[in-house]
Design a protein around this ligand. Structure first.
Ligand code: PT1
Length: 266
């Protein structure tokens, strides 16, 4: 899954797809490149949710995301919409989006009912707190079990609202209200999530846990991001959210080759 941030304040790419609004030529070029590089999903986001990011208004989020969905709907890839906002879900679905990726797991007013009505697959992510405050003092008794159980409670809420369980993906939310220790425990214990039977999506690409572990700046985090992607795939993650599609696809091809040696090569 390739990351496309349609924001002026992205932590990782400094808003290269946004020049006072979505830069449609740059958006199209980046999307085509990611598809050529092997992306199966493009994740379009109009709200930065990195630690400390400011919230975005509903109309602003629509103005950022919807033109991009329109411009990319013909690509042979599933458009994932990184949003918590019901109107963004609705307008994106009407233009061909194929996945709702909500870092707030459909907890915003109206989001659950909207997702159920649209009948699209949804990714439910765990976050402790809000993007503004989540890294101030993250705290858990048993992080893996708490994250799993919170996500399973959200699955029940989705099922009660009429979302098919097969349509629900789970994501532990690396970096969202977690210390480095919490993040590492969640990665090591990822099988607790895959054992639920839901497909698991992870986003570790360029995140600050890497900076905290090895002191690399954002643009020096590719090798460590690839290692984390491989470790997550080994532990059963099915979708890897990344800024670097070509490199990540190569790394994941090696995981697949080892998992299916008879089908590899020649
Ligand atoms: C994610 C994710 C996401 N991450 C899903 N959606 C972001 N499903 C946006 C840091 O510590 O992991 N899963 N949408 C980006 N958010 C962050 C969080 C970026 C933390 C950076 C950090 O550096």
């Amino acid at each position: 899954m390739g990351v496309m941030n349609i924001t002026p304040d992205s932590f990782s790419d400094g808003g290269s797809l946004y020049k006072g609004g979505p830069d449609m030529d740059a958006v199209r070029r980046r999307a085509e490149q990611m598809v050529a590089d092997g992306a199966n999903f493009l994740d379009l986001g109009g709200e930065s949710t990195r630690p400390g990011a400011d919230p975005v208004g509903e109309q602003e989020e629509l103005d950022r995301v919807i033109p991009c969905v329109e411009a990319l709907a013909d690509l042979p890839v599933t458009l994932s919409i990184d949003t918590s906002t019901p109107s963004v879900m609705r307008e994106s679905a009407a233009r061909g989006a194929g996945l709702i990726n909500d870092v707030r797991a459909l907890t915003r007013e109206g989001a659950l009912a909207t997702a159920a009505e649209l009948q699209l697959p949804v990714c439910l992510m765990h976050m402790q707190g809000s993007p503004q405050t989540m890294q101030q003092d993250p705290s858990y008794d048993a992080v893996v079990l708490e994250v799993r159980d919170w996500l399973l409670d959200r699955v029940e809420a989705c099922a009660a609202a009429g979302i098919a369980r097969e349509q629900i993906l789970l994501d532990p939310g690396f970096g969202f209200g977690k210390t480095v220790g919490h993040n590492l425990a969640l990665l090591e214990g990822l099988s607790a999530l895959t054992a639920t039977g839901h497909d698991v999506l992870v986003g570790l690409s360029r995140k600050s846990l890497i900076g905290k572990l090895i002191g690399r700046e954002v643009h020096e985090r590719l090798p460590a991001s690839l290692a984390l992607a491989v470790l997550a795939a080994e532990r059963g993650a099915r979708i890897i959210r990344t800024h670097d599609v070509r490199e990540t696809a190569d790394a994941l091809a090696m995981v697949s080759a080892l998992a299916n040696p008879d089908r590899a090569g020649e």
